[in-house]
Design a protein around this ligand. Structure first.
Ligand code: ZN
Length: 355
């Protein structure tokens, strides 16, 4: 019998308790590190952003980590943060952990507002540039064909996915024309301390977490979240991807960090218990994989067939597309490992059965 979310969460420590930053304000979490929290109009209703006191090219100021989505309310909230929390100093650079809209949406606006540089991995930079241009954006025809090939082929769902071609650019209308490249292992000096970039795969193309040994702080982005499990999906641009294996291998890169590391996640509250959380995430996916394997022993399953196995609750279309990506990721880990075989049925749908 697996433990509930509450029971698992009880094994983590939250040094700030239930305290949350107010809208337009920040909460100090470590020397020179402040926590900003902004609302999102999604099921996942908030994102955490970070202000790091900095000095760059001889100027005093701040580095911002992650941006929130592009919309009027968010820009207004940022203006309040600028007025309340920067001690009259400028933003000197914008670091983005990965290309998802809640992280990069306002990067262009922030960089223009402060005449500063975006720092990001090259892969995520290029994907964000591509995705923000409507003609080549994500979703639409290619996504509809991909989901149909995994069994989401009723005409209503196909039509709805097709119609969503504008989703990414609606949240990320633009990305700066220039950037500075973050690479795995690169140490970025921020506020006199070294912050080491740790690349992660399986959630975004090339996610960058930042670890400061001197402060004992890890900005984990979406790679390590305290309560919910990170979305790990296969997308139409890379239809055979083994995203779950990439993700599980990536989170193990955080194991050498000290157990008492203060983890600053993009969603939820800052916590301690990094190693425990990594163990929980492995266990969570091992259980899901066992359920998927059992279903595929009963009969050859498409990703759409295993949705009720992985997600017993009712899902709307937006949640269904996320869930489909997750289902394919679980099937693909078993398929790439040789535990499942796949073949296409006469409807063109991939079906997976025990090897
Ligand atoms: Zn993300």
């Amino acid at each position: 019998m697996s433990l509930s979310r509450d029971q698992l969460e009880a094994r983590l420590q939250y040094p700030l308790g239930d305290a949350l930053p107010e809208a337009g304000r920040a909460l100090p979490v470590a020397p020179g590190v402040k926590w900003v929290r902004m609302g999102l109009p999604f099921a996942l209703d908030h994102i955490n952003l970070w202000l790091l006191r900095d000095r760059l090219d001889g100027r005093e100021g701040w580095t911002v980590v992650d941006c929130c989505i592009a919309r009027e309310e968010t820009r207004a909230q940022w203006e309040q943060v600028f007025a309340n929390e920067l001690d009259g100093l400028p933003v000197l650079r914008v670091i983005v952990t990965h290309m998802h809209p809640d992280h990069i949406g306002l990067a262009q606006w922030l960089c223009e507002r402060w005449d500063c540089r975006l720092w990001i991995s090259s892969t995520d930079y290029l994907m964000a540039r591509l995705g923000s241009q409507t003609t080549t954006g994500f979703g639409g025809e290619a996504a509809a064909a991909f989901f149909a090939s995994h069994g989401l082929n009723d005409p209503e769902s196909v039509a709805k996915v097709r119609a969503r071609a504008n989703y990414y650019p609606s949240l990320v209308p633009g990305v700066p024309a220039q950037s500075r490249r973050l690479l795995d292992g690169l140490v970025v000096t921020i506020g006199g301390h070294g912050w080491r970039c740790i690349s992660g795969y399986g959630h975004a193309p090339e996610h960058m977490a930042l670890w400061c040994e001197a402060l004992g702080v890890l900005i984990s982005g979406d790679m390590i979240l305290p309560r919910i499990s990170t979305n790990v999906s296969v997308y139409d641009q890379e239809p055979e991807a083994d995203a779950l294996t990439l993700f599980l291998d990536s989170i193990d890169k955080f194991l050498p960090l000290p157990e008492d590391t203060l983890v600053l996640p993009s969603h939820g509250r800052p916590f301690r218990g990094l190693h425990e959380r990594i163990r929980q995430l492995h266990e969570h996916h091992a259980e899901r994989l066992a359920e998927v394997m059992a279903a595929c022993r009963e009969k050859p399953c498409s990703a759409n067939d295993v949705l009720p196995v992985l997600f017993p609750r009712a899902l709307d279309l937006h949640q269904t597309t996320f869930a489909m990506g997750e289902a394919v990721a679980h099937l693909h880990r078993l398929w790439h490992a040789g535990a499942l075989q796949r073949s296409r049925d006469d409807q063109g749908v991939w079906r997976f059965k025990a090897a």
